[in-house]
Design a protein around this ligand. Sequence first.
Ligand code: MN
Length: 202
Amino acid sequence: MTFTLPKIPYSYDSLSPYIDAKTMEIHHSKHHNAYTTNLNKAIEGTSLENKSIEEILKGFDMSNAALRNNGGGYYNHKLFWEILTPKSSKNPVGAIEEKINLTFGSFENFKEKFSQAAATQFGSGWAWLCVKSNGDIAICATPNQDNPLMPNIGCGGTPILGLDVWEHAYYLNYQNRRPDYINAFFNIINWEKVNELYQANS
Ligand code: MN
């Protein structure tokens, strides 16, 4: 199986002013495209060729840097585009709304904890909301293109919300102001999709 660059279900300029069109275009057509191409190179001729990306990430040898970086990069960005939308409800909906309130006390508390995880991830990486195997949800951050599907990484479990805090995700518009980018992110979260992922994995 060959992985292909996922299409984004909204236009590059539609997340503006929260994420600008140029950043979206470069992020998707250059960065995500490169991860996709290099993932295909990393699995070519190996036993991983017929596996899904989730199967690959859950079971691979973490010393394989090409696979770790590009498999992670392919998966992480695919999820990222899915959980963004120009038509955000701004607040969680459905079962995930209840679960967030139950786990963190309130959406505001969740937002604070998630933002803190994203802001304090040193250098490049991601902040995540995950569903663990026992159904609990948890926040964590991981470096580079690692993610919690990988063995012994982050909070363990399936990511249902992720925020890219690599400089390539925000530097054109926000320069060094990562906290402003994190704040902006909360205006464009597709909570219906996050709820769907929560229900599928809990
Ligand atoms: Mn990125």
